[in-house]
Each structure stands twice: as structure tokens, then as C-alpha cells.
Write a protein that binds this ligand. Sequence first.
Ligand SMILES: C[S@@+](CC[C@H](N)C(=O)[O-])C[C@H]1O[C@@H](n2cnc3c(N)ncnc32)[C@H](O)[C@@H]1O
Length: 335
Amino acid sequence: MKLTEPFPRLDHAPEIREKILPLCRLSRGEVWEDPEKGHRVSVCDAESPEEIAALMGREKAVLGIHDPPYNLKVGKKKTVQLFRIATEDYIDFSRQWIQNSVISTADNSHLYIWLGADQREGFQPLPEFMIMMREFPVLESRSLITVRNQRGYGTQKNWMCIRQELLYYTKGRPDFSVVYTDIPKVLKGYYKIVNGEITENLERSKSGTIRPGNVWLDIQQVFYRMEENVPGAYAQKPLSAIDRIIQSSSRKGDLIIDFFAHSGTTLISAEKHNRVCYTCDLDPVFAEITIRRLLHFRETGKSGWQCENPFPELSREFDLNPSYPARNIPESSSD
Ligand SMILES: C[S@@+](CC[C@H](N)C(=O)[O-])C[C@H]1O[C@@H](n2cnc3c(N)ncnc32)[C@H](O)[C@@H]1O
């Protein structure tokens, strides 16, 4: 098994991006339509009403899953893709793409937003974002989900920061299906009277495993040895988390939107569960990776490349050039 990735984070590697850009099939504003299942991928700015309208056409989604840049620095660098701007400007940006999302969704629909809170900067932008969301009375706040990461930062003089926030809102009254984890129920001997009968906890249950609740401890963060790993991605969400959202909040054939595609996780999960996904990224390199990941999944059944190269056209160049460091050691601490 190959254990080093072909290239580092693509936002930190301008010379590799230069080589990949000519291989990208989409330019700004263009939409790729999947001839097999009708998914769409575009290069567009989530803030732009016109570009989002071009992606959506006349369709409305029943589920939005968005993972914008969090307005924090990741590792020691800030990058064009993971920018840090004044919090007010970040909230203006958020208000605009949320507006585009509201317009793009059905009267009865779900909305999930991944976000962060920078503990070194007054926890921005999470509180400001939550308050801004109250400007959309059509959206009802439903849950603040916390996902536990395995790797984190701030281990020496603080609690290691391993949390990842996921905000859940609904519009209207969409259907919701309870999903279960793989974690077995352990609480035994909890008796309750149901219809005059004394019943024990486990016999009342629909499943022998527990429901996830709004603290998710069982999601494995993506790292380079996992099949779903996408080399060059720097903010890839685990498929298991997106699978959980899609299974609970949509049905077969439903349309799902994601305005910040990056490695294309929402698209892969939609494909796996027979949903349709319209997604976009401002960066043509990540829009291309998103399309290639879908085609690779159909061809091989694999959800990512692990440490293989998504751009085999360039593999010879990468193999021959030792100046491309392999990204095989996580930047941060882990437990
Ligand atoms: C946190 S990542 C999304 C990760 C994704 N959920 C995944 O699992 O791979 C954010 C992405 O948003 C893109 N992006 C940044 N600003 C954008 C904008 N204004 N419109 C659309 N995409 C943008 C970045 O290029 C980056 O790929």
C-alpha cells in the first residue's frame, strides 16, 4: 500500500496548481451536468445570486449541506481558500450565500451548516453567524450538533480543541428519519410502564444501537490512510458524517445542494444513496477534483484515492520531481 500522498495541500502549492489548472474542464460560471444521474458541478461564487441561479435552474433542493471557509487560520497559514477577514465582512459574505441557499430550497427543507469558533479570537465567527441567522425568520433553529475530531490543536496549555460545529435549521416541516449509530446500547434495567405493562429499555427499542443525538463521537476524521482520502484536499469532511445527514434528512431521488464542494464529499454521499446533488466551488481545481471523484467512484467503487494521484496525467512529473513533499504526517496533535 502506498503511504505517501502525491502532493501537499493544494492551497499551499502554487506550482502544482499551475500544472493542474489546464486540466480543469470548468471555468468560472460554467456548469457540468452529469449525463448518468443528473448531478451538477459548477465553478461559482456562493455569494453570487446569478451564478447560483445558473447552477440551480428551476430546481429546488430539499436539503442543503454547506461547509464554508470558517474565517480562521488553519495550521500556521491563512490561504486564499481559507481566508481570515474582518468578522463583519465574513458575516456579510455568509448572509449573502445563506440568502442564495434559502432561494434554492423547497418550502419544506433542511439546512445544515458546518462552522468553527476560533477560541483565540473571541470564538468568532460562530456567535455572530448564529445571530445573523435570526434575520431569516423562514429558518427555524433546530440543533447545534458537535462532532468530535480525533486530531486537534492547543494541547500544551489548554484543552485540546477537537470540536467541530454543525448547525441544523429547517424551513417549513420537512420529513426526518431517525438514524442509528453502530454503538450498542448499554443501558439495561431501565423499566417503564407502557400500556399498563412493565417494559425494559432494550425491549422497547427499535434498534440495538444508540441514536446519534447532537454530540457525534463516532465519526472518524479523514486521514491519508483512509480509502476516502482525497490528496491535495485540506478540509475534507468524513463521508460517514454526510451519510448520516443525508439518510436522516432526505429520501431517494431528492435534490441536495452544497455550495462549497472542495473534495466533493456531499456529491459522493448523494450518489451512494441515490440522491441528486448540485454543488459548486469557487476554485476550479476543487470543482475538477469533485467531478473526478464521482467518476472514479463509479469506475472503481472507491470513495476516494487514498494516496493515489487524482491527476494521473501528471503522475510522471510528480514522481520525477522530489521537491513535492509528501503529506504523510498530520500537521496537528492527535489522541
Ligand atoms: C471547508 S471547504 C469544504 C469541504 C467539503 N465539505 C469537503 O468535504 O471536501 C471550503 C471550500 O469552499 C471553497 N470556497 C471558498 N469561498 C467560496 C465561495 N465564495 N464560493 C464557493 N466556494 C468557495 C473553497 O475553495 C473550499 O474548497
